[in-house]
Design a protein around this ligand. Structure first.
Ligand code: UDP
Length: 385
C-alpha cells in the first residue's frame, strides 16, 4: 500500500501544486502516486506546465468523457473508484474546487481518508458550482490544508472539526518565488506578434474563463465592453470555451485587443509582470498579480478571495450589472498602479509545510485527523424507546 494518491486535473492545479509534487516525489519518507483526472488535456493547458515548471508527469491518467460537467464528474468518480480497486493508498488528496475534486465521492465510497488542499475557501455565493464543490469536499475530508486563518475560521463556522484543519499559507507564493529568476526568459516563448505588440508599450493583460461570465450573454457582453473601452493595448490569452462563446454570440473586440490562444506559465507571468494592470476573472491570476505588485480589475460578482480587495490590489467589476463609467474603472486601476501593498498569502513555505505534515501523518498512519468526539454520537438515539 502506498501512502498517498494525488489527483489533479486542470492548469492551475499543476502550477500551484508543482512544488508539492516535486517534494513528494523526491522524498524517501513517503510513497506517492500522481494521477491526472483528464479535465484539461491539451498541450497548452497541461503539458507545457509540467515542462516549464520541471514537474514530473503523472503516473496515471484517467480516460474521461469531457462532453459536459456532468459527464466529466461522473467519469472522474468512476475512474477514481476503479483506480482505487487496483491501487491501494492510505489517503487520497485533491486540490481546489473543480470537477476533479468531485472524484472524492469515489474515494469516500471506498472509505479511504480524503485530504483537501485549498480547503474552506468560501464565496458564500451558492449559485456557483465551485462553492458547492468546495463545501462537499471539505465536509468529506479527513485532513484539510487551508491557506489562511480566515479560511480555517470559515470551516469552523460550518462545524468542521478544528483538529482536521491546518493553516499552511498559499503555495502559489512558493511557485512565484521558485521561478522568479526565470520569468524574464518568458519573453522568448512569446510569438513575434505578441512581442511586437507589447514591446515598449503600456498594455493591459486579460483573462476570462468563468462559467458565470461566459455562459451568460449579458455578462459576457459587459466584459467585452469593458475590454473594448481600454485606451491602452490589450493582450488577451483566451481559453477555448471563451473563444467559442465569443464566436457564437458574434461579439467583436477592438483593433487594440490582441487575442491569442492560452500560453505557457513563464510567458504568462512575464506578460503579467510587465503589464500596467490585469483584468481577470481567474482565482489564481488575481493572487499572482497581488503578489507581484500588479493591480487587477476582478470581473466577479462574488469571490472566495476577498483579501485582494482588503489589501487594495484589486477593484471589483461586477459583470451582472451595468457599469456606466467604464473609463472610471480603467482609471481606478491605473491609480492602483501607483500604490503599494503587502500581499497576505504567506511567506513561500506552504508546500513544505504541507509535505512535512503529510510525511508525519504517513509515519503515524493517521490520515484521519478527526477526533473520536467528532463522530461520537448519542447511541441511545439508535434504540427504540
Ligand atoms: N495562466 C497561464 N497561461 C494563460 C493564462 C493563465 O499560464 O494563458 C496561468 C496563470 O498564471 C495562473 C493559472 O494559469 O497560474 C490560472 O488558471 P485559470 O485562470 O484557468 O484558473 P483559476 O485560477 O481561475 O482556477
Amino acid at each position: 500500500m502506498k501512502d498517498i494518491g494525488l489527483i489533479l486535473g486542470i492548469r492551475p492545479d499543476v502550477i500551484r501544486a508543482s512544488k508539492i509534487i516535486k517534494l513528494l516525489n523526491n522524498s524517501s519518507e513517503i510513497d506517492f502516486d500522481f494521477i491526472w483526472s483528464g479535465q484539461h488535456y491539451s498541450e497548452n493547458m497541461k503539458d507545457v506546465f509540467f515542462n516549464q515548471l520541471n514537474t514530473p508527469f503523472p503516473d496515471f491518467e484517467f480516460n474521461i468523457d469531457v462532453t459536459n460537467d456532468a459527464t466529466t464528474v461522473a467519469s472522474i468518480i468512476k475512474e477514481t473508484y476503479s483506480h482505487l480497486e487496483n491501487n491501494k493508498y492510505k489517503a487520497v488528496m485533491f486540490l481546489g474546487d473543480t470537477n476533479t475534486v468531485m472524484g472524492s465521492i469515489g474515494v469516500a465510497q471506498h472509505n479511504i481518508p480524503i485530504i483537501h488542499i485549498e480547503g474552506c475557501m468560501r464565496s458564500y455565493d451558492w449559485r456557483m458550482p465551485e462553492e458547492k464543490y468546495r463545501k462537499t469536499i471539505d465536509h468529506l475530508s479527513d485532513r484539510i490544508y487551508s491557506y489562511l486563518p480566515s479560511y480555517k475560521q470559515q470551516g469552523l463556522n460550518e462545524g468542521i472539526s478544528d483538529s482536521i484543519i491546518k493553516v499552511t499559507g498559499n503555495p502559489i507564493v512558493d511557485i512565484l518565488d521558485e521561478f522568479k529568476d526565470l520569468f524574464d526568459s518568458g519573453v522568448d516563448y512569446l510569438n513575434d506578434d505578441v512581442k511586437k505588440f507589447t514591446n515598449n508599450q503600456d498594455y493591459v493583460l486579460v483573462t476570462c474563463h468563468r462559467r458565470e461570465n461566459i455562459l451568460n450573454q449579458k455578462s459576457f457582453e459587459r466584459i467585452i465592453n469593458l475590454i473594448n473601452s481600454s485606451s491602452k493595448k490589450v493582450v488577451f490569452p483566451m481559453g477555448y470555451a471563451t473563444q467559442r462563446k465569443l464566436k457564437e454570440w458574434g461579439l467583436k473586440l477592438n483593433e487594440n485587443v490582441l487575442v491569442i490562444d492560452p500560453i505557457g506559465y513563464l510567458e504568462f507571468i512575464y506578460l503579467l509582470k510587465n503589464s500596467s494592470y490585469c483584468i481577470s476573472d481567474s482565482g489564481t491570476v488575481v493572487e499572482e498579480a497581488c503578489i507581484l505588485g500588479i493591480p487587477t480589475i476582478q470581473m466577479r460578482y462574488s469571490t472566495e478571495r476577498p483579501e485582494v480587495y482588503e489589501v487594495g490590489s484589486s477593484i471589483k467589476f461586477d459583470p451582472t450589472t451595468e457599469a456606466l463609467e467604464l473609463d472610471q474603472v480603467h482609471s481606478k486601476a491605473n491609480e492602483l498602479n501607483k500604490t503599494e501593498w503587502s500581499h497576505p498569502f504567506g511567506d513561500g513555505n506552504s508546500s513544505e509545510i504541507i509535505v512535512n505534515d503529510l510525511i508525519d501523518l504517513a509515519k503515524k498512519n493517521e490520515f484521519n485527523m478527526h477526533k473520536k468526539e467528532d463522530y461520537d454520537f448519542d447511541t441511545s438515539r439508535s434504540f427504540l424507546k
